[in-house]
Write a protein that binds this ligand. Structure first.
Ligand code: NAP
Ligand code: GDP
Length: 321
C-alpha cells in the first residue's frame, strides 16, 4: 500500500490533485492532503509530528510561500527563508521516516534571467534568476541540489517537477499576493459588479505593465494529472519540466483578452506601464515530457480560463479573496 502525503494539499495545485484523485484512486494508494492548519512546515517539530501521524511512503511536496510578481518584489527575504525552512524540514523528515519517493515543485520562474531559449531542465543553475524573485528562486533551486545530495549519500529517489505558470479553481485571488490570472479575475469581477450605474462600455480594465511579457500557462487539473504520472512512473532525480508547448505561449495582454471574453466584459483594456513587467519571458521546452508522454492533451487555454472564471464567480464566498 502506498501512502501519499501531499504538503500544500489545500492550495491551487493541492485542490486540483484532490479533484483528480477523487475520480481515479487505485486501491493500493491512500492519499492525505495537508494544509498549514495540519502543520506549519516552517517548524521542524510540527513537520515531524505530521509525518509521524500520516506515516507516508510517498510525498508530493507543494507547500511553499507562493505569490505573483509584486508579492515577490516586496518580500524576497521571506520567500527565501520560509521556503528554505519548509523544504529542508520536509525533505529531511521524509528521509528520517524512510519515505521512498518525494516529488517537489520548482517553477519556470527560477530559471536564469539571461539565457538562451527554450530553457530546459539542464539549465536551472546556469545563472542568476530575475532580480524580482531571487529569494523564491534560490530557495527552490536548492531543492534540486538537496535531492541530488540525498541520492548521492543514500540512493533516494527524491525528484522535482518544473511547472510553468499555473491557474485554475481555488487559486489565490488576494490582490497583493496573486499571480496575473487570479489577480485579473478578481479585479475584473470587481470592476463589473461595482458601480452598476456606469455602463460597462465606459469601464476601463487596467493591465499592469506593458502587456508584452510572454508566459506559458498550465491548467491546474492538467498539472495534477501530470504530477500523479510523475509520482507513479518517473524514476529519475533530475527535474522534469511540466509545461504546455512553446507554441502555446501568450502575452499578458492576450491573457487579459481571454479573461475579458470569459466575463463577456464590454469595456476597454488599458496597459499601465508605470507598473513592473517582471521577466520578459521564460519560455520552457517540454521536450522531455513529450518524449515520455507523447499523447498528453492539454486543456485549451480559453476553455480553461472560462472554467476558472466560472469557478470564481460561482464560489466567490469561499475563494481566497
Ligand atoms: P497556493 O495555492 O498558494 O498553496 C500553497 C499551499 O502551501 C497551501 O496549501 C498552503 O496551506 C501551504 N503552505 C504555505 N505555507 C505553509 C506552511 N508554512 N506550512 C504548511 N503549509 C504551508 O500555491 P500553489 O500555486 O498551489 O503552489 C503549489 C506549488 O507549485 C508550490 O510549490 C509553488 O512554488 C509551485 N508553483 C506554483 C506556480 C503558480 O503559478 N501558482 C507556478 C510554478 C510552481 P494553507 O492554504 O492551508 O495555508
Ligand atoms: P510571473 O509570471 O512570475 O512574473 O508572475 P505573475 O503571474 O505575477 O505575472 C506577472 C506579469 O503579469 C507581469 O508582466 C505583470 O506586470 C503582469 N500583470 C498584469 N496584471 C497583473 C495583475 O493583476 N497581477 C499580477 N500579479 N500581474 C499582473
Amino acid at each position: 500500500m502506498k501512502k501519499v502525503l501531499v504538503t500544500g494539499g489545500t492550495g491551487l495545485v493541492g485542490k486540483a490533485l484532490q479533484a483528480v484523485i477523487k475520480n481515479e484512486q487505485p486501491s493500493d494508494e491512500e492519499w492525505f492532503f495537508a494544509g498549514s492548519k495540519d502543520a506549519d512546515l516552517t517548524n521542524l517539530a510540527a513537520t515531524q509530528a505530521l509525518f509521524e501521524k500520516v506515516k507516508p511512503t510517498h510525498v508530493i511536496h507543494l507547500a511553499a510561500m507562493v505569490g505573483g510578481l509584486f508579492h515577490n518584489m516586496n518580500n524576497n527575504l521571506d520567500f527565501l527563508r520560509n521556503n528554505l525552512l519548509i523544504n529542508d524540514h520536509v525533505l529531511q523528515t521524509a528521509h528520517e521516516l524512510g519515505c521512498t519517493k518525494v516529488v517537489s515543485c520548482l517553477s519556470t520562474c527560477i530559471f536564469p534571467d539571461k539565457t538562451t531559449y527554450p530553457i530546459d531542465e539542464t539549465m536551472v543553475h546556469n545563472g542568476p534568476p530575475h532580480a524580482s524573485n531571487y529569494g523564491y528562486s534560490y530557495a527552490k533551486r536548492l531543492i534540486d541540489i538537496q535531492n541530488h545530495a540525498y541520492h548521492d549519500k543514500y540512493g533516494h529517489l527524491y525528484t522535482s517537477v518544473i511547472p510553468c505558470n499555473i491557474f485554475g479553481p481555488h487559486d489565490n485571488y488576494k490582490p497583493e499576493v496573486s499571480h496575473v490570472i487570479p489577480g485579473m479575475i478578481n479585479r475584473m469581477h470587481k470592476l463589473r459588479t461595482e458601480h452598476p450605474e456606469t455602463p460597462e462600455s465606459e469601464k476601463v480594465f487596467t493591465v499592469y505593465g506593458s502587456g508584452k511579457p510572454l508566459r506559458q500557462f498550465i491548467y491546474s487539473l492538467d498539472l495534477a494529472k501530470l504530477m500523479i504520472w510523475v509520482l507513479r512512473n518517473y524514476d529519475s532525480v533530475e527535474p522534469i519540466v511540466l509545461s504546455v508547448d512553446e507554441s502555446s505561449e501568450v502575452t499578458i495582454y492576450e491573457v487579459a483578452e481571454a479573461i475579458a471574453k470569459a466575463f463577456n466584459f464590454k469595456g476597454k483594456l488599458v496597459c499601465d506601464t508605470s507598473k513592473a513587467d517582471g521577466q520578459h519571458k521564460k519560455t520552457a521546452s517540454n521536450a522531455k515530457l513529450r518524449s515520455l508522454l507523447p499523447d498528453f492533451k492539454f486543456t485549451d487555454f480559453q476553455e480553461a480560463i472560462e472554467a476558472s472564471v466560472l469557478w470564481y464567480t460561482t464560489n466567490y464566498d469561499l475563494a481566497r479573496n
